[in-house]
Design a binder for this molecule. Sequence first.
Ligand SMILES: Cc1cc2nc3c(=O)[nH]c(=O)nc-3n(C[C@H](O)[C@H](O)[C@H](O)COP(=O)(O)OP(=O)(O)OC[C@H]3O[C@@H](n4cnc5c(N)ncnc54)[C@H](O)[C@@H]3O)c2cc1C
Length: 455
Amino acid sequence: MKNKSWIPALTKLLGKTVVSVSEESRREHGGDAWFAHAMPDVVVTPRNVKQIQQLMRFCHARNIPVTPRGAGRGYVGGCVPVSGGVSLSLKKLNKIREINPADCVAIVEPGVITKDLQNAVKKIGLFYPPDPASAKESSIGGNIATNAGGPRCLKYGVTRNYILGLDVVLANGDLVHCGGRTHKNKLGFNLTDLFIGSEGMLGVVVGATLRLIPYPPARAVLVANFKKAPQSAAAVNAIINAGFLPSVLEVADKFTLAAARAYNPQAPQGESFVLVEIDGQKNSVISEVKSLEKILQDCQALTVKKALNDEDAEQLWEIRRGFSYALKSTGLKKLNEDVVVPRGRLVDLFTFAEKLQKKFAVSVACFGHAGDGNIHVNLMVDPKTADSPKNRQALDLLFKQVLAWKGSITGEHGVGLAKKPWWKLAANHELRSLHQSVKNALDPKRILNPGKFLD
Ligand SMILES: Cc1cc2nc3c(=O)[nH]c(=O)nc-3n(C[C@H](O)[C@H](O)[C@H](O)COP(=O)(O)OP(=O)(O)OC[C@H]3O[C@@H](n4cnc5c(N)ncnc54)[C@H](O)[C@@H]3O)c2cc1C
């Protein structure tokens, strides 16, 4: 912002430990895991909800932009403060306030790291299933604001399915409590859901009551590799058609596997790969593994590896978890698109990605959550020209095709800045104007996370 005369008054209101104008801190709060970057005028790191309310009242009165920020591990530039103003970091509100096994709930502050919560509830036999691959780094508040998904969504659903209640500070500083700690609640409109996935544009999530479920006592993982991609797609269909609902059903393509082998010689041969995880009671898991092994072999898997305990399962998972790092180690920038197609279009999507590769002479690596049609189509580009017209054109074709198949341009990461150019294409006039009405009702001065897809 050109006008910075408000900064001393804000510093006086909240204190120097909460408001930082240091260049280093502002730079650090200017980007996420995507490539966009913009400096905020100040970084505000509150220690309690009252300070967030004070901040919002202050900024509301003066039309100062506020961009909420969790752990800054988003993939679409959602927390990039493109209009300057305040980067509101929620990282110090990071307490797990309660884990209650009788009610099967956890009450947390937004800055809690997802994996820390998962580990804490697991110790007492409970399970918080949402598992973005960034779980060790991303925050619950960020997961809520993006409605994060992950490999386990096929069986367990996304973040939304585990939110019972939210405390939200609105643009004018008011604090609202939506939902509560009961597992059912039909009081008024479902406003809790309105804030989930709202990408920091409707309110600041300052507390969440989460649904927990019993931790499954047994799990098993099977990994199979195939000579050609259509065989792994056939295996995915065969598993579902045989009546299985695995907790995880992942696939990967030729480019991803080649990068994985260069990174880790233990990675499998072949041009495609399937990872299946199941969980439940021990006897049923053991018997399901036998059936799944047969299905994979019948689909002409080159090899099938299985793990029946946590330690071995983690080893097989290392192959899948290594994909992102393997792609990174190619030296190329991964433009990670999280498109979703109706599951019947999986093979079409892989074929289309290959065509894209040839047409634009750009490498494309596909891997991800085959079970729910959500495949990460990664354009592997020169980091110096990530935002080039050629790359944009390739993305444009990809998104248009996905929409033609009645898919969505984003299944997990959100729209943010990265997909802003395609918002109009993906949402029709009526849907866009409904979004504007909701935005104007909750944030009439449009100070919350401006510059994103609603502007
Ligand atoms: C290696 C890697 C793997 C990933 N894997 C997955 C995956 O499997 N599934 C998936 O869904 N995503 C994945 N992501 C994307 C990302 O981690 C998620 O979008 C995550 O939810 C972001 O959380 P964060 O705390 O980093 O949020 P940030 O990046 O800080 O913010 C994301 C958005 O949420 C808003 N926001 C943050 N906190 C709040 C709050 N308290 N109140 C209101 N708004 C808020 C911000 O304004 C921004 O719009 C991955 C990212 C990386 C780097």
